[in-house]
Write a new protein. Structure first.
Length: 328
């Protein structure tokens, strides 16, 4: 690790070292999702100072939503050239009328590009402040344990492994690192728009909470870790229930009816996420679970979802997809 003991950001490099060491031998190529903002600039710079195996590249997604988008891409090119890192720039078209909202539509396009990347591991620069913001945002939307767990440090995105090595790093540490090395970065003007919910939480709500509760940002991010542990345990429970009630690709209704409503809903959510399906809102899932428990043998409850249908037939609960009624 190339850093002196007098460097105020030595702890950041040490944490990154520990993050990679905890994941064992790294196979394949690494790529940083580089927006050009402070956080991703710091992550890329820090990684070039670590003795990591394999190749390191960067990927910039050009959304075209800001009049400064071309300048941001140019800044990323200049930075990567100075660091000796190969950069790919992917231009996307964000559909403003998708019904998702502009933020969500841009995020969808960004992650589509990430999933199509040739890299084996994609690194994102979300930090402790982002995690705290996400926890609060999800809780205010009435989320369950999965939402309260916020962003995982690692997950799969298709064939890609997606890692977030800065989730336990405070934004003040990133700022100190950037200023120590005199790094330059771009500022997205939309980040100051408090009409956007996340920006409102970041600029108006969290600072107020922090004045009353010292270390609130750290505590919220820490809570996300606790929720993530609970989510993992619920996943283990769902797997046990699946193994005890599965027959082929379906679930035996005779066994399903013996599960408590809570365990049944947990099993249904687990199976939907495993398939990559959207989990329905709580009221719809509650009603479907009630129907599964109470329906007579001559009844065939079903729940139609955007990705397919959950359907009872011949004493089995199936997940059915597409016009061909393929059982998954």
């Amino acid at each position: 690790m190339a850093a002196s003991k007098n460097c105020p950001s030595i702890e950041l490099l040490t944490r990154l070292d520990a993050f990679f060491a905890a994941r064992g031998k790294i196979e394949g190529s690494l790529c940083v999702g580089l927006s050009g903002g402070r956080d991703s600039v710091v992550l890329l710079h820090a990684l070039t100072r670590l003795a990591l195996p394999g190749s390191l590249a960067a990927l910039h997604v050009h959304h075209g939503l800001s009049p400064h988008a071309d300048a941001w891409a140019a800044h990323c090119r200049q930075l990567c050239a100075a660091l000796g890192v190969e950069l790919s720039v992917a231009r996307v078209e964000v559909k403003c009328n998708s019904g998702l909202g502009l933020e969500a539509a841009a995020r969808q396009e960004r992650y589509r590009v990430f999933a199509e990347s040739d890299a084996d591991v994609l690194l994102l620069a979300h930090h402790q402040g982002d995690q705290a913001e996400t926890v609060l945002f999800n809780l205010l939307r009435g989320c369950g344990v999965t939402g309260a767990a916020a962003m995982p440090a690692e997950r799969s995105l298709g064939k890609l492994r997606l890692w977030r090595p800065l989730l336990d790093v405070a934004p003040t540490e990133l700022d100190a690192y950037a200023r120590y090395y005199a790094l330059s970065w771009v500022e997205d003007e939309s980040n100051a728009d408090t009409s956007l919910t996340r920006n409102f939480l970041r600029h108006a709500v969290l600072p107020q909470i922090g004045q009353r509760f010292a270390g609130a940002q750290h505590s919220l991010a820490q809570a996300a870790g606790h929720f993530a542990e609970a989510e993992a345990l619920l996943g283990e429970l769902a797997l046990i229930d699946w193994q005890n009630s599965a027959q082929g690709k379906g679930l035996l209704m005779a066994v399903v009816r013996r599960l408590s409503p809570q365990r049944l809903k947990n099993l249904l959510r687990w199976r939907l996420r495993l398939l990559g399906w959207q989990v329905p809102v709580a009221t719809r899932l509650d009603e479907f679970a009630r129907q599964l428990h109470s329906a007579g043998l001559d009844r065939h409850p079903s729940l139609t979802l955007p990705d397919g249908e959950m359907r009872v037939k011949n004493g089995l609960l199936h997940w059915v997809e597409g016009d061909e009624n393929e059982i998954l």
